[in-house]
Design a protein around this ligand. Structure first.
Ligand code: LLP
Length: 438
């Protein structure tokens, strides 16, 4: 998919770059991001909303993959950016991302984070709870500012498991509950606080969702709430943020909708529902993460060792693993792989792909078919663009891989591979433990 093809040497090519050459130049493991595909996904979202005719903002959820070059792309594509920590905020600001297009999320923002965001002049805080609401009001007051906010609502829609149940998921650490009156109370208090400007509500029902029903249900609940609040408290919202969560295809059998289908279904529900309550149409905001960067990423590894247990399983080990992709270990996530240097050869051997970390759970793929792999082959794992680099670790003191953006035959390093010096940069050996030197 994207700009991937197989070239005349039988090598996987992405963005016009031979992946085998990329590994020779940049080493492995290597994250390769198809810049054209990222931009295409950004444009699909923006275009789908434009088609709907509703006022909108698409904010890329940077937690999926947050580096300065990515912030540049999001800026160039005219989108907004959702951050969830001072670190993401810092990255965005350093990349020159306009503060007024940044939204700040999180269920436990620290006073320092709120101050940093206020000082930067970000566009919106998605307030999660009462402590934050009052802390933000006080800090904004000290700075003689007014903070624009959305209230994060827990709509009681559970879409985490591809199925949604209208009453589920009240047990969540996020947001103000609709059912017990917390959300209503939050609107009341927000509208009375002098340094808070309430724009509307936010909900996020889950991630890697394949159906629109959950989103539509959340829209209905939010709108019913907005209508009730308008009637009772006289507060009218101008923004409805529906979060992210649009699923992508990782393996055969995953059946996501196209971005345009998600957006069309959601926006038509919005129109219907707001008309029903005769409520002025608000701006619709959304926060896709995975669906912007997920399938644009491919991780390249070098095949190392094997363990063949006759009649049981053959393990093929690569030079990365749970440190660069913790998703299989964390979520039983499934991926597809191929040998990038032998891309035209038939898949004739059933193997399982192991990482190099010292624990049995460090497996990337169970039971997949590949050409008979040899030491030195290049293994490409697809759809690693989201929640891979951003969740990578230095477990076992492995150095985090480089990230390259490929486009039209050019490869730009956007994150350098960590060095040994990086690994010990923050280590301090107390004077009394220093090795004795003569
Ligand atoms: N908005 C909010 C408030 C969120 O919490 C999230 C994701 C998003 C937007 C973006 O969701 P997306 O479009 O990427 O599904 N580490 C997990 C995913 C965690 C998602 C957390 N929140 C994984 O690797 O599957």
């Amino acid at each position: 998919h994207g700009t991937s093809t197989i070239n005349s040497q039988g090598h996987l090519e992405i963005g016009g770059c031979d992946t085998v050459e990329l590994t020779q130049q940049h080493g492995t493991p290597l994250y390769v991001m198809d810049e054209t595909l990222i931009r295409q996904r950004c444009r699909e979202f923006v275009e789908a909303f434009r088609q709907s005719g509703l006022p909108f903002q698409v904010a890329y959820a940077s937690k999926a993959f947050c580096v300065m070059a990515m912030c540049r792309i999001v800026e160039e594509e005219g989108m907004s950016l959702d951050v969830v920590s001072d670190g993401e905020l810092y990255t965005a600001l350093q990349a020159g991302f306009p503060a007024e297009r940044i939204h700040f999320h999180g269920n436990n923002k620290t006073p320092q984070e709120l101050e940093m965001a206020l000082d930067a002049g970000i566009g919106c805080f998605v307030v999660d709870n009462f402590i934050e609401l009052h802390m933000l009001n006080a800090l904004a007051g000290e700075k003689r500012k007014k903070a624009k906010i959305l209230l994060r609502i827990a709509p009681g829609v559970d879409a985490h498991t591809h199925e949604y149940i209208s009453t589920g998921q009240t047990d969540s650490k996020f947001g103000f509950d609709l059912e017990n009156g917390a959300a209503r109370q939050a609107v009341l208090e927000s509208s009375q606080l002098p340094h808070i400007e309430l724009l509307g509500t936010h909900s996020h029902i889950g991630s890697q969702i394949f159906e629109v029903g959950g989103f539509q249900l959340a829209v209905e609940k939010e709108i019913t709430f907005a209508a009730a609040v308008r009637a009772e408290l006289g507060v009218t919202f101008s923004v409805l943020n529906l979060g992210g969560g649009f699923g992508i295809r990782y393996i055969d059998g995953d059946t996501p909708l196209h971005v345009s289908e998600y957006v069309a279904a959601i926006t038509s529900t919005v129109r219907e529902q707001f008309a029903k309550y005769d409520y002025p149409l608000p701006e619709i905001w959304t926060e896709p993460g995975r669906s912007i960067v997920g399938d644009a990423g491919t991780t390249l590894y070098t095949v190392g060792t094997f363990k063949d247990i006759p009649g049981v399983r053959k393990y093929v080990a690569v030079d990365g693993g749970m440190t660069d992709n913790p998703r299989p270990a964390l979520y039983q996530a499934q991926y597809e792989a191929m040998l990038a240097n032998r891309a035209t050869e038939p898949n004739e051997e059933l193997v399982s792909i192991a990482g190099k970390c010292c624990e049995s759970g460090d497996m990337l793929i169970w039971d997949t078919k590949l050409p008979k792999a040899q030491n030195g082959d290049v293994l490409a794992v697809a759809c690693t663009g989201a929640y891979n680099y951003s969740m990578a670790s230095n477990y076992n003191r492995l150095r985090r891989p480089a990230v390259v953006f490929v486009k039209e035959g050019k490869a730009d390093v956007v994150v350098e591979r960590e060095t040994y010096a990086d690994l010990i940069r923050k280590d301090v050996v107390p004077e009394r433990m220093k090795p004795v030197t003569e």
